[in-house]
Design a protein around this ligand. Sequence first.
Ligand code: NOJ
Ligand code: MG
Length: 537
Amino acid sequence: MTAGSRERAWWDEGVLYQVYVRSFRDSDGDGVGDLDGVRAGLDHLAWLGVDGIWLNPIHPSPNADWGYDVADYLDVADGYGGMAAFDRLVSDAEARGIRVVLDLVPNHTSDRHPWFLDARSGRDARHRDWYVWADPAPDGGPPNNWLSVFGGSAWEFDRPSGQYYLHQFLREQPDLNWWNDEVREAFDGIVRFWFQRGAAGFRIDVANAIVKDRHLRDDPFLPVQDGKVPDPRAFAPEAEIYSHHRPEVHRVLERWRTIADAYEPSRVLIGETWARDLPDLARYYGDGDGMNLAFNFAFATAAFDGNDLARVIDATERALGPEAWPLWTASNHDIGRLASRWGAGDPDRIRCALFLLVLLRGAPVLYYGDEIGLCDVPVPPSRRRDPGNRQDGSGRDDGRTPMIWTPEPGRGFTDGDVEPWLPFGDGHVSVAEQRGDPASVLSWCRDVIALRRTRPELRRGGSDLLDAPDGVVAWRRSLRQDGGPTTRTVAAANVSPRRVAVPLVDGEALLATEGVRDEGAGTWSLPAWGVVAVSSG
Ligand code: NOJ
Ligand code: MG
């Protein structure tokens, strides 16, 4: 494929940026980020070249899972500044050409949500069927073998009513019953409410598991390997056929897409899609009637190795086809930070990773702090706040620590004499310090985004992966302008620790890292983790 065909929307062409509100910027000196803090950070984001921000949940919540346990979908938590702060943020963002995308949490509510308080009050309660209830197994145990993502059974016994309720996450997060039409209608109303209030779209939490098997059948265990019974927690996604990945989920997603498309301008839907494989990911886009964008965790969880990445990029392009628009990210509040995961704290590796994210065909999502190469902070056990653990046992807190704006004691995040809700960690170079340094990761990140913004083929053109030496990802972006010539940029990233000569194309280097050499005759010599973008007509 050489040219993008369908008309592109702002989210296709733009750069998205995830704001973990608690940790971005604190405006009222309580050590916790808030929406007026996000507003104060807008000039930085506009300067960087960001087109849209996705806010992690901002609703009233007991914070058992930091906002992913919603107690009221139609309000904004006081601690974040309430509804008035949301309105101020949308209007100031709009003035800078930045859209505000919210997080929709439809899989579960808080156990303090009025719907659940009512559901729990008895088997005949008005909202009983809005949640997933089941009788005990004959031995009195849980109704089936489904497991909570956070460990243990996904079922909690409710003694007064003698039934279990389902919770795929914490017991404080009861799962909604998406077979119930009233639940569907309630969420239609929630989605419309926020669109009318100025939200540019939603990131949809747990998009691959909202609907459960109607008959609550056991997930199959994986086959016994090497004579060992597998640890049930090691369920592979391919075994989660009844608790996750139900085909019926697509009807729900289509419903929201119909609503989103009816607004002017249309609103964006971004799926948190832990798909089984890349063809399965493609199904979330539907036939233009599903998600506009879907998170690609095969890419995000790949090793930082050119051969592995080229394989995933190629498989993504083949599965999605030329119309669906890929989404590239390598960090978030669950998996941790790009600068640590892929970058190992090395600025050269971080530059290389940012170059890939921003210039591949599709939309990049930067996680706050990626632009300054912020690393995970090892949060000591005494300061951990997150109930969910990563599989290696470290907390997700490590990737959620506050943004480092200045070198001052409060790091420009909060007042100097206030303890932030999670520690700052040591040794990070702040936004303010990096802004003045053309050799910083921040300057690089801005340069790569600026290149994307100035070259239409990088924003919306097609892409072909090119043959490349071991460890190198090379690709060509091309766009036929209406009636005009085709513009092309060829990019190469040496995702390996060795210098490599890459036969690429003759042309002008639009952007390159230190130590890249034009060897003539179209060959470019790239140092370890070096990258170059070359204009080729
Ligand atoms: C995915 C969110 O990203 C994560 O932070 C949360 O714990 C679960 N969904 C449950 O809502
Ligand atoms: Mg605050």
